[in-house]
Structures are given as structure tokens and as C-alpha cells.
Design a protein around this ligand. Structure first.
Ligand SMILES: [Cu+2]
Length: 268
């Protein structure tokens, strides 16, 4: 069982001042691991379980939830070009729920599964072991078919660790989430989407398995930030606070101790 002391919090202040009400789950069901540190078996399990979900059509439908941009889960809607703060405020929580739903399904296939995270600041290249997992013959909401494509750029285009460290010092929710998601000047999340390119640059980006590893890293960065900033929340009320099409509420999904997972590493 994971002990709190295993979390390797490097910052002494965090250890001492960690507020009781937003600390990691001391008894998580599982741990999300760094993709670079996974064993061959764990990687194979992940890709073959994903393939099971792709082959039975579940994955395609699940991707299309993201293809429907009516859920206000990004600052800007790629379809209409309209941007709103509501999307800004829902971005992190909505994607946390989305990841959890895939993870639940993967764990139904094999209980040992988890969504790995890709530390793009440190491992500055596309994870080789995932290169060949690129679904083909996917269907968009309008019935058009597509294959997952990538246009991977030079490593220098990825956000740096120094950059992320400075973004994590922002202590206001809105400023932080914008710096992570990306408005100007190019937030980290958007930068990585563009860096992978191809399908990752569209609203069908979840069709590329790297989407999940990228978003697990974004979620991990939020998680680290939440520990340091337990009082910072987006001003979501009423139905805006419900991460539709699911029924999860912001207040539950942002409570670290109620999450079933923790992260293998809590450093930026
Ligand atoms: Cu998204």
C-alpha cells in the first residue's frame, strides 16, 4: 500500500504545511506511472487493452464525446472559434473525469491497468513504445472516416521544465489553468498538442493514444498545484459545476483524497 511518505514531495514547505482538506488519498487503489519507467509488460498490457476497446467500437464512441464540443471543456471551441471563461474553468476538471472514465474501462479489461503520464519536459520525444498504436478507420460524428496521423516536431519545441516550474508558481486558479491549458503566450497543453500534430491538432485528438498520456501529465501538474493551493477553485456553480455528459461534480473531482489514484512522482 502506498504510504504518504512515498510521495516524494521535494518541497519541505509542502510537507509541513500540507492542509488536511486537500491531501492525496493515503490509500489509493492504484498509482499512475511515468510511461518512461513502465515495464515492457505494463506497456503491452496498456496497448493491448486499448486495442480491445478500439476493436469493439467503445473507444470510437468515447472519442466522439470530445468531438462534440458542446460540453465547454476548453477555453476556445475549435468548431465555432468562440472562447469563454466557463471553458477555462471546466478544462482541468472535465479532462480529469474523462481520463477516469477511460481508466475505469481499461481496468475492467485488466485490473492492473492505469493511464500512464508522459513527462514531456523530461522525456522530450514521442514515447517510442506507443508509436505503432495509431487507430485506423475511426469515424467522426458526421460519419466521415479517418486514421490517426501525427506530424511530430523537433524536441526543442516542447515546453521546458523551467517554464513549467514557473507556471506552477502562479497562485490564482484562472492564471494557473490558462498557463497550463494555453492561451497566449502558448500554454503548455496546447503546445504539446500542436507538437504532436495531425489528429492531436483536432477535436478528435483523443483518438491518438498519446492524448491520454499527455492529459495525465496535465492532470498530474494540476494535482501537484492543488496540494500547494488548496483554496484555489474556479467559480463554477449550478450545472456548470457538473462535468456533463457525466454527473461528476467539480467539488468531488477536485478533492484529491477521494480520487482512486495517485501519481508515482510529484515533482515538476
Ligand atoms: Cu480536450
Amino acid at each position: 500500500m502506498l504510504k504518504f511518505s512515498d510521495l516524494r514531495l521535494t518541497d519541505d514547505f509542502v510537507k509541513k504545511e500540507l492542509p488536511f482538506f486537500n491531501r492525496p488519498n493515503p490509500n489509493p487503489s492504484y498509482r499512475r506511472r511515468n510511461e518512461a519507467k513502465m515495464t515492457k509488460k505494463q506497456r503491452q498490457r496498456f496497448t493491448s487493452s486499448l486495442k480491445t476497446l478500439i476493436d469493439d467500437g467503445w473507444f470510437n464512441e468515447f472519442v466522439n464525446i470530445h468531438g462534440n464540443m458542446d460540453y465547454h471543456m476548453h477555453t476556445c471551441n475549435m468548431m465555432t472559434g468562440r472562447c469563454s471563461l466557463m471553458g477555462t474553468y471546466r478544462f482541468l476538471a472535465w479532462h480529469r473525469v474523462y481520463l477516469l472514465k477511460l481508466e475505469e474501462k481499461l481496468r475492467e479489461v485488466d485490473k492492473r491497468n492505469f493511464v500512464p503520464y508522459w513527462r514531456w519536459t523530461k522525456r522530450r520525444r514521442f514515447p517510442k513504445w506507443l508509436l505503432e498504436t495509431a487507430p485506423k478507420g475511426m469515424k467522426m460524428l458526421n460519419g466521415m472516416s479517418y486514421d490517426v496521423r501525427r506530424d511530430i516536431k523537433d524536441p526543442s519545441g516542447l515546453p521546458t521544465r523551467a517554464d513549467m516550474k514557473s507556471r506552477l508558481t502562479l497562485s490564482n486558479y484562472r492564471e494557473f489553468t490558462l498557463a497550463l491549458e494555453g492561451m497566449e503566450p502558448r500554454g503548455a497543453h496546447n503546445t504539446v498538442h500542436t507538437w504532436v500534430g495531425g489528429t492531436m491538432n483536432t477535436m478528435y485528438s483523443p483518438a491518438d493514444p498519446i492524448f491520454w498520456l499527455h492529459h495525465a501529465e496535465c492532470d498530474r501538474l494540476w494535482y501537484i498545484w492543488q496540494i500547494k493551493n488548496p483554496d484555489q477553485h474556479p467559480p463554477l456553480t449550478g450545472k456548470d459545476a457538473i462535468m456533463n455528459p457525466w454527473s461528476n461534480r467539480y467539488k468531488d473531482i477536485s478533492d484529491l483524497k477521494s480520487l482512486p489514484y495517485t501519481y508515482g512522482q510529484l515533482r515538476v
